[in-house]
Design a protein. Sequence first.
Length: 81
Amino acid sequence: MWTPDDYFEQIYRETIDEHKETASKESAERRREQIKSALRAAIGDFLCLPMPLNLEVLFREECGDYIRYIGCEVETVHQER
């Protein structure tokens, strides 16, 4: 007997398999660049801001291969021209 749960489970498994196949074909570097480009397109490019950013790190934790910064405060100062 057909049930919606079985149908959705099948679709889910097929989707996961397709995703794994696609992800394994792409290189990590290429995927990283795609994500960065999509993020820039979504939120804009902040590198062209005409004002300085006064960054204050509130918490820093050494985590072996990387450093975790938590609670960074950014103060923007509008400069009249």
